[in-house]
Write a protein that binds this ligand. Structure first.
Ligand code: SF4
Length: 346
């Protein structure tokens, strides 16, 4: 599939509409990698301050590689998808160990643990102008609507087809500009909701506009259903200290700090919380503050109905395996999830 009208229109549009973003002012593959990982599933306005913080604190991959995981997670706090931050640390360590600088070819990048097809293509294209198609959610949207492609973007076969179309459309020169252009076009003009079709330079040939299928494209075969979990946080406190733990094991909040918790699909009562607290931790409980502080917290795959139960105990700082007592005023120094942050901000 070759469409000169499509590629040229996008390149012209980009010349007049490109946002001035700091990661577009560099060819350094490490800095481009930082921006790409931070911006995955994140809007530019939200990701930009994080990018600036990371690029300033870790100007090279070697600086990143020697950071403590806690510091990375603290800087990442609020961005979600914390496994990305932990994987970045591992990737930076692998690159630093090799000692040959951050790679810039697709072939080398895709072999790095933690770098997938999308990120490898983006870095190779934007840092070295390698002729590879970069296909993200924006690109799926523009291609599916303009060409009227109904292949499911959550199926391997559909993904392959889109990749093929994207590759065929790459211009012989300036493929880096073209990749930037189509992604920017998806972000600013052909938006998920209410795309700006009335001023769109592609509208004359856009199949979805003609067939009135814009709202149906891109097509996904599976409807995502979110799991519902009740999350009961037990915030044990005495006069000065508070009991925290670092979450271990696999999970979205691995490495972050929070409190003792019960995660359960059913609801449990005040009395059951009291019983669990006594039996599991052996504390003498003075008081449970009521009502508990509650939040609904929605992740990509889970809806948490969270409640924070502040429990005053009278034992001073009994040692509990895998938990740490800290001065209450120091909790702000630890990396926490957005949910715990909301609670702490009160
Ligand atoms: S006409 Fe509308 S749907 Fe079609 S490419 Fe342009 S903005 Fe997207």
């Amino acid at each position: 599939m070759r469409s000169t009208f499509f590629t040229e229109s996008l390149l012209n549009w980009f010349e007049n509409n490109e946002r001035n973003l700091p990661w577009r002012q560099t060819k350094d593959p490490y800095i481009i990698w930082l921006s790409e990982v931070i911006l995955q599933q994140t809007r530019v306005a939200q990701g930009l301050p994080y990018f600036l913080k990371f690029a300033k604190r870790f100007p090279t991959v070697n600086d990143f590689a020697i950071a403590e995981e806690d510091e990375i997670l603290k800087l990442w706090q609020g961005l979600g998808y914390y496994s990305r931050a932990r994987n970045m640390l591992k990737t930076s360590q692998l690159v630093a160990e090799k000692g040959a600088g951050f790679p810039s070819t697709y072939h080398e990048l895709i072999q790095l643990k933690g770098i997938g097809e999308y990120t490898a293509s983006a870095i190779a294209s934007f840092s070295a102008n390698e002729k590879v198609a970069v296909v993200d959610g924006n690109v799926y949207r523009v291609l599916s609507r303009y060409f009227g492609v109904h292949d499911a973007i959550d199926q391997t076969i559909g993904k392959k087809n889109f990749k093929k179309v994207a590759e065929q459309l790459l211009p012989a020169v300036n493929s880096d500009q073209y990749n930037q252009a189509i992604m920017e076009f998806g972000a600013l003009q052909c938006k998920p909701k209410r795309p700006d079709c009335s001023t769109c330079p592609l509208s004359i040939n856009c199949i979805a506009l003609k067939e009135k299928t814009i709202d149906q494209l891109p097509f996904k075969s599976k409807k995502q259903t979110k799991k519902k979990i009740n999350l009961y946080y037990l915030v044990f406190k005495n006069d000065e200290n508070i009991l925290i733990r670092q979450r271990r094991g696999l999970g979205v909040w691995e490495g972050l700090y929070d409190f003792a918790a019960i995660e359960i699909t059913e609801k449990i009562s005040h009395d059951e919380i009291l019983k669990y607290s006594k039996e599991t931790f052996g504390f003498t409980i003075n008081k449970i503050k009521e009502p508990a502080i509650t939040y609904k917290h929605i992740l990509s795959h889970i809806v948490y109905q969270a409640s924070f139960w502040e429990i005053e105990i009278n034992s001073s700082t009994k040692v509990i395996d895998n938990y740490t007592w800290i001065d209450q005023s120091l909790i702000g120094n630890y990396p926490v999830s957005r949910l715990v942050e909301k609670y702490l901000e009160g």
